[in-house]
Design a protein around this ligand. Structure first.
Ligand SMILES: *Cc1c(COP(=O)(O)O)cnc(C)c1O
Length: 467
């Protein structure tokens, strides 16, 4: 190890698994007791750290933030290489970009990575972390992921041609956009299989779950997950909250508004706040799949039916990362978290008591946006600012308008490039949007896709044959 810091250890939100190193949390995703890994203690940064960030590049901020979290898993030089390679394909030197909607309302553009959605920020990092860690221990793994579009594209792009990783991406046939499909199927990497499953996203997800639950199979192929509950993805996302804050006057108090489904991105904002960033409120913006908004409003977390919307990457009714928040709200009482999760399993819901809900509301506020409002918001931003935003981003800017606080600076996160969701955008502003060159090029490439029935055993056989 290069510096004299004790290795950070990670514990489970359900309290019945032992503490593990960063490397183990990276590889296992879920803890053996079904909980999510969180650091045992968080570092705290003071004002001098924040002022030191002003002069730093994105990569330097990333190094400073990640170093204590990865502990002895990577040397300083390895971590530096991981970071610089992860962001080498981004189209902006600052990787993200702050633009003004109005005097104290800004957008943080997070879609300048290779697949045009914010998922690149974390996926590019986690791929190189896997690669370096596997190289160090000389081992190969199999990754399998179900996608409704953006995660799969980011994963294929990040993991392609990595020597120690075999990647399988399952997407629901005919239920993702053509651009999203082509982003996955036109990469010709020998270690990547893109599988079109004859079913919907839930079918893909349940195939992945059953494969993971087959312990013998998982062990035989060294199965690993990279979904949004992986701590390495969360901590990679924390970086842009700190970076954005470092580009504002140090006295500014910031409200961040995040269009969210799985509570991954906004939970990273909460971690940034705990690390000492000058964040006031974290604003949860949901589409009609509003489980998080309902939870905050009523104190009851209850699964609903998944509805299709213009912002499909948030069409989700189980916000897995919320379990990490519960753990904090109940002051690290793993027993209570276990009870709530049992209730979710048994009854499809759990309740958050009044005083705990109040604690939650110290940090979070929320809003829900209808389909018509999403389109109207895209149009409004276009008319007023000449800016074209994607439907997910519009859900965020719409909600943030309800909470603009003139003492604070509000930053709405722009999670995808509008061209990725061209149909909705064109409907909103009645004009064709021009595709960026690399997206246009997708239409001239040959696709490679594996067709599969909605059948776990078929996929297991397929993976076994390829080993
Ligand atoms: C994944 C995604 C989201 C939702 O992010 P969560 O971390 O699941 O809350 C929002 N917008 C876009 C474009 C996405 O791809």
């Amino acid at each position: 190890m290069d510096s004299l810091v004790a290795d950070m250890l990670y514990k489970s939100t359900r309290g019945e698994a032992g503490s593990v190193s960063f490397q183990e949390a990276l590889f296992s995703g879920l803890a053996p007791d079904g909980g999510l890994y969180i650091p045992e203690v968080l570092p705290k940064y003071d004002a001098s750290f924040h002022s030191s960030m002003v002069e730093m590049s994105y990569e330097e901020v990333a190094f400073a933030i990640l170093k204590p979290f990865v502990g002895g898993c990577f040397s300083d030089q390895e971590l530096n290489t991981i970071i610089s390679e992860a962001y080498s394909e981004f189209r902006k030197s600052d990787k993200c970009e702050l633009v003004n909607l109005s005097e104290n309302h800004k957008i943080l553009e997070l879609f300048h990575g290779p697949t045009f959605a914010f998922k690149d920020f974390a996926m590019q990092m986690i791929a190189r972390m896997f690669h370096q860690a596997l190289k160090n221990i000389r081992k190969s793994i199999t990754i399998i992921v179900a996608t409704s579009g953006d995660t799969g594209a980011a994963a294929v792009h990040a993991f392609r041609n990595l020597e120690f990783v075999n990647l399988y991406v399952l997407f629901p046939k005919d239920r993702i956009s053509e651009i999203q499909r082509r982003q996955m199927t036109t990469e010709k990497a020998s270690n990547v299989s893109v599988v079109s499953v004859d079913g919907n996203f839930d079918d893909c997800q349940s195939i992945v779950k059953s494969i993971f639950n087959d312990k013998d199979f998982s062990k035989a192929v060294s199965l690993t997950g990279v979904n949004s509950i992986n701590w390495a993805r969360i901590i990679s996302q924390v970086v842009y909250y700190l970076f954005a804050a470092s580009r504002l006057p140090t006295s500014a108090k910031i409200d961040f508004c995040v269009p969210t489904g799985n509570f991954g991105n906004i939970y990273a904002g909460y971690v940034a706040k705990k690390l000492g960033v000058n964040i006031d409120k974290l604003i949860i913006a949901t589409n009609r799949n509003d489980i998080l908004h309902r939870t905050l409003s009523s104190g009851r977390y209850r699964k609903g039916e998944v509805l299709q919307t213009f912002s499909p990457s948030m069409d989700i009714q189980v916000s897995s990362n919320f379990e990490r928040m519960l753990y904090d709200v109940y002051q690290c009482n793993a027993k209570i978290v276990r009870k709530k999760m049992e209730s979710l399993q048994l009854n499809g819901s759990y309740d958050i008591e009044e005083d705990s809900l109040r604690t939650l509301k110290n940090d979070f506020i929320s809003g829900v946006v209808t389909e018509a409002e999403t389109l109207a918001e895209i149009k409004k931003v276009f008319m007023h600012s000449k800016m074209i935003i994607c439907p997910h981003t519009a859900v965020g800017t719409k909600v943030s308008r309800n909470f603009l606080d003139e003492k604070n600076i509000t930053i709405s996160l722009a999670t995808a490039h509008p061209a990725k969701f061209g149909d909705a955008v064109e409907k909103a502003i009645s004009r064709k949007i021009v595709l960026p060159k690399s997206l246009d090029a997708l239409f001239y490439k040959r696709e490679k896709v594996v067709e599969a029935p909605n059948d776990v055993n078929y996929l297991k056989d397929f993976i076994r044959r390829e080993q």
